[in-house]
Design a protein around this ligand. Sequence first.
Ligand code: PMP
Length: 412
Amino acid sequence: MVASEVRALFSVASRPEIVSLAGGMPNVSALPMDAVGALMAELVAERGAVALQYGSAQGDPGLRETICRVMAAEGIDDASPDDVVVTVGSQQALDLVTRVFVDPGDTVVTEAPTYVTALGVFAAYQADVVHVTMDEDGVVPEALAETFARLARAGRPAKLFYTVPTFQNPAGVTLSEERRPRVVEVCRRAGVLLVEDNPYGLLHLDGDEPMRALRADAPADVVYLGSFSKTLAPGLRVGWALAPAAVREKLVLAAESAMLSHSVFNQLAVDRYLRTQPWPEQMRDFREMYRERRGVMLDALEKYMPPGVSWTRPAGGFFVWVTLPEGLDSKAMLPRAIQSRVAYVPGTGFFADGGGRQAMRLSYCYPPPERIHDGVRLLADVITDELRLRETFGTSAPADSGGPQAPGPDQA
Ligand code: PMP
């Protein structure tokens, strides 16, 4: 396990004078805090003896029912609460799935780039990560099939394919509807478990309806990971896995050895919140808020970025992936950006193979719109200066090696 080399810089980046476009933190201050507080007080008064007691490793049955209703919005209408395992965020769900399936030296296939802390999990279980290409429509099914075939020929067949198909972290890319069944089929044919990590699915910013989850059409082939971190509150640490029965049994055993039981209090609080609060309407407001911020970021990129810089246009979620002109190095540039009072996450952390030097992740979820605008303007100035320097002196300073790094929690 390796700490991120940029971690120290991020403690500087959290100073108020710096615009951080680095963090993946949802804007929890938009929650009705009074209602949350009242609900927690009621919970203790009415069900304190249960809420403050140990619970089952699989999670509270009532919450698991509620989770099934939440997943129905993404086309998963056949899920049974029996097949849901509640976890400490979806992060723990991924850890448990990897613990169950992956032995040291096994091969895990992911998108390139991929979620940085998933790379941290795979590294901790000593998996070899192999990346597969994405374009603006997500992972390319032919490239995935080719990667599986190449790995099988080399005697190290893929154990699982980890994907964030919807509003991906970090690239902000979504797997197109047309490709979804093809990706499932490629995994099925190759006998590779598909792990669908979907914390952002309900944060669709274009159109009224969420995307259909991969799991909706492939109940036997997909382990689906969900989370209330982006749709309610990451501080409650409530996520889940939905898995075919045989896998679910192993996940429960793994959960038991990892934590005995999840916080019953937090589970009941989430369940009560969803049952008593106008959550769907709040989700509409959250989407509205993030839609505005995304618009501000994309407009500012258009307005200020010098030629040669390109970026993705996410249809939901929190992130924009920016690609710099040839020769610029996002990690080498970060100290200068922070000096100029703007922070981002360099691309290298999202690759297991040293890729991503020319890229960075920007997020629009947390700073208010005017700060997003200012941050992008400051960043564009830094990039323009770097380009001038490069013209004068050649390439920018080389950075150290890439590879999976553990982010600070504010970068997740
Ligand atoms: N997967 C992805 C793709 C994420 O972006 C995150 C949070 N940044 C997680 C999983 C983990 O979320 P949590 O553990 O809070 O549910």
